[in-house]
Unconditional design. Structure first.
Ligand code: 3SL
Length: 236
């Protein structure tokens, strides 16, 4: 039997080119949505419900959820928190249900719903995600959330890092795998320096957000593998 296939979808705008049904999708929004989800669920949040719109977020907040709302890097007025991994690790969130809506990350998750399973990936749980998708044995699509439909460096680097971890266990057909893995091989020695040249780093830096970025680039800080179950992302 041949090895399963791994593909990288470099932007949600390209999702129509990828078959998702029957496959594992790993969604990555390194700065910062999926890093926040991994950090929060690994440190005690009970569940995170990702929603596309602010209205859906507000509706769940009215039912008692803690609301995390971000647009263009900034916390949305009326939500309890924005999109910093440090907010997601606050002790008061232990055992709580959170609803989150972000510019790109939660949109990418919603657009991937045809998958057999959606896994939340970040550098923070890179090895654990690799082990999980290997054990699942299905074909894999790594979906980069990007920025408003455009490709970004940090999600592409994560996709390359994950693809390298799957080498030998998965086959690949299209060149996104080759490009992203080579890019990661060339940049891995100083991810932070390379990512500091990226558009989203600059955007966040203008908002004074720098510590979050260093944190989101830590590799394997957690071994939690969050997955979407119904409408909630949980760690089992
Ligand atoms: O786009 C997103 O989903 C966010 O992660 C962007 S930000 O890092 O919060 O600016």
């Amino acid at each position: 039997m041949s090895n399963p296939l791994v593909e990288i979808c470099l932007s949600p705008e390209l999702l129509h080119l990828h078959e998702l049904s029957g496959r594992t999708v790993v969604v990555a929004d390194i700065l910062r949505a999926t890093s926040c989800m991994v950090a929060g669920l690994a440190t005690g949040i009970a569940s995170i419900t990702p929603v596309a719109s602010l209205e859906e977020g507000r509706a769940l907040m009215a039912q008692g959820y803690i609301g995390a709302g971000e647009r263009d890097g900034k916390q949305v007025e009326g939500f309890h928190m924005g999109n910093s991994p440090f907010s997601y690790m606050e002790p008061y969130l232990k055992g709580k249900k959170v609803v989150t809506t972000t510019t790109n990350g939660t949109q990418a998750i919603q657009k991937s719903r045809a998958a057999a399973q959606i896994v939340i990936g970040a550098f923070l749980n890179l090895s654990a995600v690799a082990a999980h998708v290997k054990a699942a044995g299905r074909d894999v699509v790594i979906v980069c959330a990007g920025w408003k439909g455009k490709v970004n460096l940090e999600d592409t680097l994560f996709a390359g890092a994950l693809a390298r971890k799957l080498e030998g266990f998965f086959t690949w057909e299209d060149d996104a795998i080759l490009a992203a893995s080579e890019l990661y091989a060339n940049m891995q020695m100083d991810l932070h320096a390379h990512i500091s040249r990226s558009s989203h780093y600059q955007r966040l830096a203008k908002l004074g957000i720098k510590e979050d970025i260093r944190f989101c680039l830590e590799i394997d800080r957690f071994d939690a593998v969050p997955v979407l179950e119904g409408n909630e992302i949980v760690v089992k």
